[in-house]
Write a protein that binds this ligand. Structure first.
Ligand SMILES: [Cu+2]
Length: 151
């Protein structure tokens, strides 16, 4: 009897995994891991790749729940700690090991002043390792920052 419950549970898990990964129906279950590299930085404040900006995200939903649409506030400073206003910021995200993106198309919808920006449309359809990348254009310079999340 116990065997049947285990099999049923495995099928449920597989269905959930496939359902959560658009286009991943052909992905073998063995490849469905979502482990970040051992040295991945999960901090909510990071320096952008080129060192131009210090960027901090604050989710309106804490902790972040799966499948719940919510906002983030992004705070952008120069390397010297001065708030960066009038930036143009693009958002993208996904699960690197699953080759899928987010179910939504998040966007910065409002500059709030003092280096803060409202990010709308944040939603994650499954648990695991996610990366969210912000490409920041400000004062004629561009740099990007990628945050790691474990959901
Ligand atoms: Cu996934």
């Amino acid at each position: 009897m116990r065997r049947y419950f285990l099999l049923f549970g495995a099928l449920l898990w597989l269905a959930a995994a496939i359902g959560g990964c658009a286009g991943g129906a052909a992905t073998p279950a063995m490849q469905m891991s979502s482990n970040a590299p051992a040295d991945a930085d999960f901090g909510m404040t990071r320096t952008s790749d080129g060192g131009l900006f210090q960027v901090t995200y604050t989710p309106a939903l804490e902790p972040i729940a799966i499948n719940e649409l919510h906002q983030w506030t992004l705070h952008v400073e120069t390397a010297d700690g001065l708030p960066v206003d009038d930036a143009v910021i693009a958002v993208s995200g996904g699960m690197p090991e699953h080759n899928h993106g987010m179910p939504t198309e998040p966007a910065v919808t409002e500059a709030l002043g003092n280096g803060d920006y409202r990010v709308e449309g944040m939603q994650f359809q499954m648990g695991g390792w996610w990366t969210i990348t912000f490409v920041i254009d400000a004062a004629g310079q561009q740099d990007s920052v990628t945050f790691n999340l474990k959901l």
